[in-house]
Design a protein around this ligand. Structure first.
Ligand SMILES: Cc1cc2nc3c(=O)[nH]c(=O)nc-3n(C[C@H](O)[C@H](O)[C@H](O)COP(=O)(O)O)c2cc1C
Length: 212
């Protein structure tokens, strides 16, 4: 059972997201771990060349020239890597109420018609059924409650976890879970430690259940 970790953790060891991810790795009883570090392997954005190739190949079933195929190569490698995994863990900090651009570019690289989704017959079908996903996020503000007045933003301001979950559900993942360490910029040290310990416990429980 292969697990893929997709991480974008630019503060490395100082990062709260990194603490969440380390807890998962420590608690997951598996040796089949592959890591995609998006700080090093920067995903491609769609541009005029590769979007044309994508439409031709994935929507219209056309053969591509060598140059067109090459323009999709990095996306293709990331897609195959995701498809080869039974479990995916996606870890990143919240930026501007959503996911950092690198994570969005990774989703744009793998959420491809004919690969992870099938729109034939007029109904979109995700092709990743039977697989599991866990999203780990650290956020400075509070999103579990609050009324839109920062830093107690509340659920209406949250587009990081909700969007990541939606992308994975769209690809057909059978189980999509998320743990968000919130309030890293708000809570005092004692409350922050309590919050983090609670989140680490949740992550341990998920990892133990998934790899038992
Ligand atoms: C560029 C940038 C944008 C951020 N935007 C938000 C935001 O919209 N909402 C929020 O709650 N925190 C925001 N933060 C704070 C981080 O999410 C928070 O500090 C988090 O703990 C960082 O994770 P890390 O410790 O893993 O680096 C932002 C931080 C940075 C650097």
């Amino acid at each position: 059972m292969k697990t893929l970790i997709v991480k974008y953790i630019p503060r490395y060891e100082r990062s709260v997201t990194n603490k969440l991810l380390n807890e998962f790795i420590k608690s997951a009883d598996t040796t089949e771990l592959e890591i995609l570090d998006l700080c090093e392997s920067i995903p491609d954005f769609f541009n005029p060349e590769n979007i044309e190739a994508y439409y031709l190949r994935n929507m219209m079933g056309k053969e591509l020239s060598a140059a067109q195929a090459d323009s999709l190569l990095k996306m293709q490698i990331m897609t195959q890597q995701l498809k080869s995994a039974d479990i995916v863990i996606i870890a990143f900090p919240m930026f501007n109420f959503s996911m950092p651009g690198s994570i969005k570019a990774w989703f744009d690289s793998v959420l491809h018609v004919g690969e992870t989704i099938d729109p034939r017959g007029g109904v979109y079908k995700g092709l990743m059924s039977g697989k599991k996903a866990l999203i780990l996020i650290a956020a400075g503000g509070i999103y579990s409650h609050g009324d839109g007045i920062g830093p107690y933003f509340g659920p209406e301001w949250e587009y990081a976890m909700s969007l990541a979950k939606l992308e994975l559900k769209f690809m057909g993942y059978s189980e999509v879970l998320g743990v968000m360490a919130e309030g890293t910029a708000v809570l005092n040290e004692e409350a922050k430690t309590d919050m983090l310990n609670q989140k680490l416990k949740e992550i341990k429980k998920i990892a133990e259940a998934w790899y038992k």
